[in-house]
Design a protein around this ligand. Structure first.
Ligand SMILES: *[C@@H]1O[C@H](CO)[C@@H](O)[C@H](O)[C@H]1NC(C)=O
Ligand SMILES: *[C@@H]1O[C@H](CO)[C@@H](O)[C@H](O)[C@H]1NC(C)=O
Ligand SMILES: *[C@@H]1O[C@H](CO)[C@@H](O)[C@H](O)[C@H]1NC(C)=O
Ligand SMILES: *[C@@H]1O[C@H](CO)[C@@H](O)[C@H](O)[C@H]1NC(C)=O
Ligand SMILES: *[C@@H]1O[C@H](CO)[C@@H](O)[C@H](O)[C@H]1NC(C)=O
Ligand SMILES: *[C@@H]1O[C@H](CO)[C@@H](O)[C@H](O)[C@H]1NC(C)=O
Ligand SMILES: *[C@@H]1O[C@H](CO)[C@@H](O)[C@H](O)[C@H]1NC(C)=O
Ligand SMILES: *[C@@H]1O[C@H](CO)[C@@H](O)[C@H](O)[C@H]1NC(C)=O
Length: 862
């Protein structure tokens, strides 16, 4: 007995001592890293009685993401984090200086900081309630963590009206997710993409005392209270069992739960919504949620007419592969949206309902089902609708679709919009093309351009498969035998190299001259002392071998002065290598946008003409029409005397179906895609003409079409107002259109060439370019006429202004998303407005894929 109590006393003493090891205050010029405080799991600040600690903490003990957190000491529950969207490594630090608090990565670059203060900081305090307070010299608070909550509130914390808690992506990744808890003037509600999916007042254990306007929320040992504006009366009340410590959190699962802790054991006191099937993306996109055997378990399946994608069981697509899910357009595009006459709908079964239907008023009353359907078809942001016959109510699903749920009592019938593929026959291609654009849809449901690119690539693949019959015969031929069997030379194919030979030529792949969507390009020298560029293809699709063989056949059979020549290939040891002639001046983008001496006007015209001739040859000069699909400055290579040659033609179909390479490739490609990539129908040679027109504009201006530049007075009068941003975002094609309308062509030329080029010279190129980028593909000239116009043999085509109005749209959208990205400070991530969906879903696949994009973007510019 004696011993036991002694041990107890000792251990009590020890735990108190360890609490006392760390102070309640820290003072400026303090720095902490996880490593420095590794013995206390990164903690360096402790509240007076040790309930909370502040630490450089890694939730879930993973070793990749460290956050400056306030942690409930007994349970290790994170109640607040500073840098949730910008985690740092183990050596990342937190700093307190006279200017405030900051979190920096291992290189010292700041990832998060408090706002600027008027007076210097004198201390940082962690209170017993878990509030981190920055104090000035008079001990008055200048900033508190309680005022900027993340996903949790604790007892004693006040959440004022309008404040939002946002879920984290997972328990150990605190990145902001898609579910929100919002305190409104009348209730506490749960949101997903601004759609309500639950209200606190709906819960049976909640009392609504009055209809006064809510001012703030507070929680204590006996419950949760929503007070009026001055705190004099409780408007909404939730009574809970008395407890020592509790916190309330919007969980990664989308449920709002209140947990109480006694020591490290936790108990759930309250959860809403109780039915998990009411959580918006509980079963992924289009998944069907039904109640499992026990009350709080769920079963996810796909509704009738849908099936799960192989790589993501929580993403349901139409079973009939002739259909695919459409991509929503953004709000701003709605008014000029394409009329999707080829929309079809799959009807959901009886008793299937949508979470939002109970919370939104139907957009239309008193209509019939076909009117409701037409309204949806005419709206490109509409992805489906629910219809209730008795009242004629039409509920449209806009911008994104979550999961649907079984609710036997529902009297609504649901319809999901699908689009019909234009070309469905042939070659079993639909089989291997599923999955990919669909993943993209999950990730980026409203970010048109990116998804368009993905779809475009696939369409292009399809197009060529249909068009080039020879390709297919060759494909079948090569399919019948494995590559290593091909010890003889196929007639018509370029030279076949041994792997060793290429290893020697490139000095074991020593000098990299570029990387692209298909892999890395190395410099090499063949035995005959000629220089070559060796492209090592790393992103071959599943049918890589046959595709590779096919491409060699096609590419090798094409010879033109303005197309990069394929000298040979190597397919051994699971390596796929293409050997091209070497272009000693690299790609056009380096010369055009680089810091070197500017290209002279004559050189630019020569390059534009060369690229146009190469493209014209691909379209009509050679035996089999080839659509390039990826015309951009990076794919125009230069040789001495500005001889321009197109590269990468015929390679689009080699692109791997792995999203990684797609995302890599498309980053550089966005600005050159034609609007018709939006529709599932016509991808043609005119698609290349559009991209060429975009490149031509860049050749004129010497700058990227989508660019940021410091504000200058000369431009202010021309461009529309863009707020007070320190720099402005210019969508050059729109600017070119405006200058064309005013006849002010010389404003468009590269400023470095001013005085050395006449307005007439510029006019010619700009007018050709504008002809090429007309929205209606039929209005665009063929590449052959472009060559004629540039050579002066064909009169310049008329520019139909109406066919260019869409540029005003793209321009606005570009500026908006750029400004948003800038003010959000989140770099590229913010440009993808739909990214929240995958945060919100607990779909591991899409989350993983998303974090791939975000990590790419985050690791890049910051
Ligand atoms: C903190 O460091 C800065 C520069 O190293 C110094 O100017 C400042 O006086 C220091 N502040 C305190 C409170 O020690
Ligand atoms: C800390 O605990 C002691 C004893 O339990 C209590 O008297 C005191 O009020 C507590 N301090 C704070 C700040 O909660
Ligand atoms: C601020 O608070 C600390 C700790 O409680 C105390 O030591 C200090 O004297 C206070 N300073 C002022 C100006 O009140
Ligand atoms: C939600 O609504 C707010 C304000 O209307 C808007 O700023 C925000 O972009 C919307 N979010 C989504 C995901 O639609
Ligand atoms: C919690 O707050 C409510 C509302 O202010 C109050 O009526 C109740 O007594 C408080 N409970 C405790 C344990 O302090
Ligand atoms: C709170 O506001 C109401 C009216 O809005 C007023 O009647 C009441 O006296 C106020 N209470 C306090 C404590 O200020
Ligand atoms: C879409 O097309 C239908 C029929 O072709 C037409 O009645 C309708 O007005 C069009 N809607 C829009 C928005 O252009
Ligand atoms: C739908 O409502 C209309 C008018 O209220 C009624 O005539 C029709 O029979 C209903 N159809 C179904 C399938 O219930």
């Amino acid at each position: 007995m004696m011993d036991l109590s002694l041990i107890f006393l000792l251990s009590l003493h020890l735990s108190l001592a360890s609490a006392a090891l760390f102070p309640e205050f820290i003072y400026p010029n303090f720095t902490a890293t996880h490593l420095k405080f590794i013995d206390s799991s990164g903690a360096f600040l402790v509240s007076p009685n040790g309930t909370f600690k502040a630490a450089m903490f890694n939730p879930g003990a993973q070793q990749l993401r460290f956050y400056f957190c306030v942690v409930h000491a007994a349970s290790n529950a994170v109640t607040w984090s500073a840098n949730r969207d910008a985690p740092v490594s183990k050596s990342g630090s937190m700093m307190l200086t006279g200017n405030g608090l900051a979190v920096a990565d291992e290189h010292g670059s700041i990832k998060w900081s408090t706002p600027d203060f008027r007076s210097p900081v004198s201390a940082l305090q962690l209170t017993e309630t878990g509030n981190l307070v920055v104090l000035d010299q008079f001990n008055t608070s200048m900033w508190e963590s309680f005022s900027s909550p993340t996903d949790t509130i604790v007892m004693g914390q006040r959440l004022s009206m309008g404040t939002t808690l946002s879920s984290s992506v997972s328990a150990d990744d605190l990145l902001t997710g898609g579910y929100k808890f919002v305190l409104t003037a009348s209730d506490a509600v749960l949101h997903w993409r601004n759609l309500t999916y639950w209200k606190m007042s709906m819960d049976v254990s909640v009392y609504v005392n009055s209809f006064a306007t809510i001012g703030f929320l507070e929680m204590n040992q006996s419950g949760v209270y929503l007070f009026d504006h001055n705190g004099s009366s409780v408007v909404v009340r939730l009574n809970l069992p008395e407890t020592g410590f509790r916190l309330a959190r919007i969980d990664q699962s989308g449920q709002f739960s209140i947990l109480s802790y006694s020591g490290a054991t936790r108990k759930q006191d309250f959860v809403m919504p109780v039915e998990k099937c009411r959580v918006p993306v509980v079963c992924g996109t289009n998944g069907l949620c039904s109640r499992g055997a026990s009350a709080d378990s769920t079963v996810c399946t796909c509704p009738t007419g849908f099936r799960a994608t192989p790589n993501n069981p929580n993403f349901c697509v139409p079973s009939d592969s002739a259909y695919s899910l459409p991509v929503s357009c953004s709000q701003s595009e709605r008014s000029e949206s394409l009329n999707s006459s080829n929309s079809n709908y799959l009807q959901l079964g009886h008793g299937v309902d949508y979470f939002a239907n109970e919370f939104v008023a139907p957009q239309n009353y008193g209509v019939d089902v076909s009117q409701c359907r037409n309204l949806c078809s005419q709206d490109c942001s509409c992805l489906g609708f629910f219809f209730e016959n008795s009242s004629g109510s039409c509920y449209r699903l806009e911008d994104a679709v979550g999961s649907v749920m079984m609710r036997a009592s529902s009297s609504r019938v649901g319809f999901i919009k699908v689009v019909v593929h234009s070309a469905t026959s042939g070659f079993g291609s639909s089989d291997d093309e599923e999955g990919l654009p669909l993943v993209a849809v999950v990730l980026l449901p409203t970010s048109g351009l990116l998804v368009l690119f993905v779809i475009g690539i696939l369409l292009c693949r399809k197009y060529k498969q249909n068009d080039v019959e020879f390709v297919n015969s060759l494909k079948n031929y090569s399919k019948s035998m494995s590559f290593d069997d091909l010890e003889f030379s196929i007639p018509g194919l370029p030279l076949r190299f041994d792997y060793e030979e290429i290893e020697r030529a490139t000095k074991n792949f020593k000098t990299t001259i570029g990387t692209g969507g298909f892999g890395t390009v190395y410099k090499g020298m063949l035995k005959d002392k000629s220089l070559v560029a060796v492209k090592r293809i790393t992103n071959l699709g599943v049918r890589g071998k046959s595709d590779f063989c096919t491409e060699i056949g096609v590419i090798g059979s094409i010879h033109h002065l303005n197309l990069v020549k394929l000298r040979g290939y190597c397919a051994q040891r699971r390596q796929w290598l293409l050997v091209y002639e070497y272009m000693n001046r690299g790609s056009l983008d380096k010369t055009l946008f680089g810091n070197g001496p500017p290209l002279e006007w004559e050189e630019r015209v020569e390059i534009a003409l060369g690229a146009a001739r190469g493209l014209a040859y691909l379209h009509s000069g050679c035996e089999h029409k080839i659509i390039h699909c990826d015309v951009k400055p990076e794919n125009i290579l230069l040789h001495d005397q500005n001889q321009a040659k197109l590269s990468d033609f015929g390679l689009a179909k080699l692109l791997s179906r792995e999203d990684s390479s797609l995302f890599t490739t498309m980053r550089g490609t966005r600005g050159y895609l034609a609007p018709e990539w939006l529709t599932s129908s016509t991808v043609s040679d005119k698609t290349d003409v559009y991209s060429y027109g975009m490149v031509l504009l860049e050749i004129v201006s010497g700058r990227k079409n989508c660019m940021t530049r410091a504000r200058s007075h000369s431009l202010d009068e021309d461009s529309s107002s863009q707020g007070t941003a320190p720099c402005e975002f210019v969508y050059f094609p729109l600017y070119a259109l405006e200058m064309h309308e005013q006849g002010r062509y010389s404003e468009l030329v590269d400023p470095r060439l001013v005085g050395r080029v006449t307005s007439q010279d510029v006019e010619k190129l700009v007018r050709v370019a504008l002809c090429c980028v007309q929205e209606e593909p039929g209005l665009r000239p063929s590449m052959t006429s472009v060559v004629g116009m540039l050579e002066g043999k064909t009169p310049l085509g008329a520019v139909a202004i109406e066919a260019l109005n869409f540029l005003r749209f793209y321009g606005r959208r570009f500026v908006e998303s750029s400004v948003a990205a800038e003010s959000g400070g989140l770099s590229d991530v913010m440009v993808f407005p739909g990214a929240n969906v995958s945060h919100g879903s607990n779909v591991s696949m899409s989350t993983a894929a998303f974090s791939f994009i975000s990590s790419q973007n985050i690791s890049g510019p910051r």
